[in-house]
Design a protein around this ligand. Sequence first.
Ligand SMILES: Nc1ncnc2c1ncn2[C@@H]1O[C@H](COP(=O)(O)OP(=O)(O)OP(=O)(O)O)[C@@H](O)[C@H]1O
Ligand SMILES: Nc1nc2c(c(=O)[nH]1)N=C(CO)CN2
Length: 173
Amino acid sequence: MFTKHDAEFKPKIQASAIALGSNIGDSLAILEAATAELAAIAGIQLTAKSSWYITKAVGPPQPDYINGCITLQVQMSPIELLETLLAIEQKFGRVRQERWGPRSLDLDLLLYDDLIIDTPTLQIPHPRMQERAFVLVPLAEIAPGWLEPISGYVIRELVKKVDCSDVHLLKGS
Ligand SMILES: Nc1ncnc2c1ncn2[C@@H]1O[C@H](COP(=O)(O)OP(=O)(O)OP(=O)(O)O)[C@@H](O)[C@H]1O
Ligand SMILES: Nc1nc2c(c(=O)[nH]1)N=C(CO)CN2
């Protein structure tokens, strides 16, 4: 019998938040297509989509990113959701070169209801989301009241703690 805190736990419907990023290729088209692809998967419902933002790369020097966040209702386990995200990254030509290096598509599983999971292959909440303005700004746009279970702060509070000067709304997105 799985408990709620097992990565294989299959819930009825759980809320999840995903961060999207791209800085290689036609990033806007890739991000829109990846969002549509996710929304079309059985067991996944898109519940909100942020604007797109142009963001200065954090980490090794590389092109600016386009970032955004979406929220989903999912009927799959955290592990299945991660595998789904990794499969879509591959489909959009994600070649795993250097960590934090440039990529055509990055899909990060930020939150899964109030779950806290820490295994070698899956950490939820995403371990670096609290320090990332390129995640917190779009997430605050669509889920300001979501409680991040490790810090105990909601997203609208977390975004006030980081420097957002390198995150700019992509007009018309
Ligand atoms: N919450 C999560 N969301 C996405 N990937 C995760 C998560 N937890 C663990 N992983 C694992 O992290 C591995 C490395 O991911 P990736 O290479 O995309 O890191 P990155 O995006 O460059 O850096 P970061 O993890 O800081 O965003 C993935 O293969 C995946 O198995
Ligand atoms: N601005 C920005 N910087 C990054 C990003 C990203 O999505 N946006 N992703 C990274 C690896 O996950 C590393 N650095």
